[in-house]
Design a binder for this molecule. Structure first.
Ligand code: FAD
Length: 449
């Protein structure tokens, strides 16, 4: 491990970008440390607020999600150690811990990716209010802001208009940046020891992974206790390679509405959520697949879905906090009553009495994953049949999903509530018809009975 005697170094804060490939923010932090001939300390903060109780009465983050994230952190930590550096893991409130670290180490700059969602932005505001120099990098969309055919804040509200504008403009995602193969030196030993004291003062600086053992449910559509689905960045890249080498991009469109099994959809989302996989890297792999095996409706459709992901990100930049209020982006009054706590409890505990919905909730609660088709049904049932506040459902998904992504979760719930940017307004799914169309022989309901 190499150390640097300079006192005024750079801290890199890993957020939802737990990877070394295609990580422009990390590359910028490295370049900054090199230009200034100083050290770089990579940090991950295990946010204690994630273990608080949500306003809806349950813990904000399930054991599944903690376990899944811990694997991504562990992978980055091992890879950074192999490059002669060290990932400092700290537990606490990010802005408190990072401010303390910056002071103790006399760090000049903190670099991290930007996340345009209220809870995440509050951390940065708190750091900036303390007068700290924080440099953020927007990096989680396929296209960089300057590649869009409009200002990011003027993104069309409707997905179809957004997609058409982007496609007319010859849609070309930014190229993934090179994988990090070199890390600058760490702060000198004395300073690092002081930083480690911060870590231990806040409770712990390494995560006890045994506390987060993933549940081994072989029925899961994302069987993440199996070696192929287990791990962070390296597992993600191996998964991406095998997804392409088995020719699955050519069958995606026909199978994407599946409910069970590992191959009906890409299964990228849990890795995209922690940032163990970059969307641009995933898209580049599909592009390479097309160059070798030809483009098809199916390969196009994978890009189409990734554009949904981008759209929800740009909508957050445009509308901010409004996406989080009870009325969402709609000016229509809320129909009374605005919530049904009993109905919510029945839904949450898989006791609605509807076989498809209850099976879906059992899978979600037992594994932290659910197919897109079921998510739509679960959300629709909660909002339109049980007449619950969509934000309670979004909070339950946030707690359970190992692929929880603030933009995608909020965007999809808002869309289904009819309070987002969907021109068709409310999206109610008829659960009986859905069971008939997508689980005609009852295999899925039987699997999760
Ligand atoms: C109520 C509700 C909540 C959701 N919450 C989340 C969430 O927290 N995190 C999350 O990543 N996705 C969420 N989704 C979107 C979608 O269900 C998942 O992205 C998808 O099921 C993940 O599996 P996959 O990677 O195999 O997807 P695939 O079908 O293989 O799609 C490939 C990728 O495209 C993107 N994508 C696909 N569908 C959507 C969509 N509807 N919206 C945005 N991006 C999409 C995802 O990044 C996905 O990994 C939600 C959907 C609904 C209806």
């Amino acid at each position: 491990m190499t150390h640097h005697t300079s006192t005024s170094g750079v801290i890199y804060w890993f957020r939802n970008d737990l990877r070394l490939h295609d990580n422009p923010a990390l590359q910028q932090a490295i370049a900054l440390a090199q230009q200034r001939h100083t050290w770089l300390l990579p940090v991950y903060v295990h946010d204690t607020a994630l273990q608080l109780t949500s306003p809806w009465g349950f813990v904000r983050t399930s054991a599944h999600r903690l376990a899944w994230t811990a694997m991504a952190v562990q992978d980055v930590s091992e890879q950074i150690a192999a490059l002669g550096s060290q990932l400092l893991q700290v537990t606490g409130e990010p802005h408190e811990v990072l401010a303390e670290l910056m002071t103790r180490l006399n760090a000049s700059t903190l670099v991290c990716e930007s996340i345009a969602a209220p809870f995440e932005e509050a951390h940065l505001q708190a750091l900036q209010q303390r007068g700290l120099d924080v440099h953020t990098v927007w990096q989680s969309t396929l296209m960089a802001p300057q590649q869009l055919p409009f200002e990011p804040h003027d993104v069309p509200n409707e997905f179809s208009s957004f997609r058409r504008a982007v496609e007319r403009h010859t849609f070309a995602p930014a190229k993934p940046v090179a994988t990090v193969t070199h890390m600058p030196a760490l702060p000198d030993r004395v300073a690092l020891d002081a930083a480690l004291e911060v870590a231990s003062a806040t409770g712990q600086h390494t995560t006890d992974h045994s506390a987060y053992a993933p549940l081994n449910d072989p029925r899961s559509a994302f069987p993440w206790s199996q070696p192929a689905f287990h791990g962070g960045e390296r597992a993600a890249l191996a998964h991406l390679a095998q997804y392409c080498s088995r020719g699955l991009p050519h069958t995606y469109k026909a199978t994407r509405n599946g409910l069970y099994g590992a191959d009906y959809s890409t299964k990228w989302s849990p890795w995209l959520a922690t940032g163990a996989l970059s969307a641009r890297q995933a898209w580049a792999a599909i592009h390479a697949f097309e160059a070798q095996h030809g483009a098809s409706d199916s390969t196009y459709w994978i890009g189409f879905e990734l554009l949904w992901r981008d759209h929800f990100r740009w909508l957050h930049l445009k509308h901010g906090q409004r996406m989080y209020g009870p009325s969402g982006l709609s000016s229509a009054p809320l129909p009374p009553p605005s919530h049904n706590p009993r109905g919510f409890e029945r839904w949450r505990t898989a006791q609605t009495g509807h076989a498809l919905i209850d099976a879906g909730m059992r899978e979600l609660n037992a594994t932290g994953y659910s197919s897109n088709r079921l998510r739509q049904n679960l959300a629709s049932f909660l909002i339109h049949d049980l007449r619950c506040d969509w934000r309670a459902g979004a909070a339950w998904f946030e707690a359970q999903l190992i692929d929880f992504d603030v933009y995608n979760n909020q965007g999809n719930w808002l869309y289904l509530s009819g309070r987002g940017t969907d021109p068709r307004g409310s999206r109610r799914f008829n659960p009986d018809k859905q069971a008939h169309d997508y689980d005609a022989d009852g295999t899925y309901r039987e699997l999760w009975r």
